[in-house]
Design a binder for this molecule. Structure first.
Ligand SMILES: [Fe+2]
Ligand SMILES: [Fe+2]
Length: 206
């Protein structure tokens, strides 16, 4: 009986091995394909590792998510002050500064709208998150208006002043009220996760 069971099992296993050979055998031409697949996977893995290393390096140099966003705010406000210091003869400089500001704001808004404001909503600060979102919309509208305007228009400086006032108020709310509370409500691990996510979002927009 034991012998019969053994032989039955051996024969089953041998037939499975033949089946698998017939179903999955790729023949001699599979060698280069498999090699390429392994090389591709290794390259992908290397890219993932280096991307991770870059993100970790950025985190180490830039501090946590709040420090990073505060640094962005300083750069944005400096950029706006440079715009306000121009006159209507400096049309090229105005266009360059506007382009630079629009890019910084896009990256910054992407980080906040896709990471920080959702974290605020999860922390039951929905009203604040919605207000900040609306203010981003207002800033985007002013940038849109400036992009359509001639750089020597008499309205240019007036629009940049409106932009400065909106940004100053918005930044004050984030830095003095909303972000410190969020940072305090989250534990160390949650803050670290937020930092990584802000970095990844910024990396996508860089
Ligand atoms: Fe914001
Ligand atoms: Fe901000």
């Amino acid at each position: 009986m034991a012998t019969r069971t053994q032989s039955k099992s051996q024969s089953k296993s041998s037939s499975r091995s033949q089946d698998s050979k017939s179903a999955f055998s790729w023949g001699d031409s599979a060698g280069p394909l498999i090699g390429a697949a392994i090389a591709g996977a290794a390259m992908g893995f290397a890219a993932h590792i280096s991307r991770k290393a870059i993100i970790q390096g950025m985190e180490a140099s830039a501090g946590d998510w709040f420090d990073m966003l505060r640094k962005d705010h300083d750069e944005i406000q400096k950029n706006v002050e440079q715009m306000l210091a121009t006159d209507e003869s400096q049309t090229w400089k105005r266009s360059m500064l506007l382009m630079k500001l629009a890019h910084k704001l896009d990256k910054h808004a992407y980080e906040e709208e896709n990471v920080v404001y959702p974290a605020l909503r999860d922390d039951n600060d929905t009203i604040e998150a919605d207000q900040l979102d609306t203010e981003h919309g207002h800033v985007k509208t002013l940038i849109f208006d400036l992009k359509q305007m001639d750089s020597d228009s008499p309205l240019w400086l007036e629009t940049v002043r409106k932009l400065r006032d909106s940004l100053d108020e918005h930044i004050r709310m984030e830095e003095e009220r909303v972000f410190p509370k969020l940072k305090q409500d989250l534990d160390e691990e949650q803050n670290a996760t937020l930092t990584t996510m802000v970095n990844k979002a910024g990396f996508m927009m860089a």
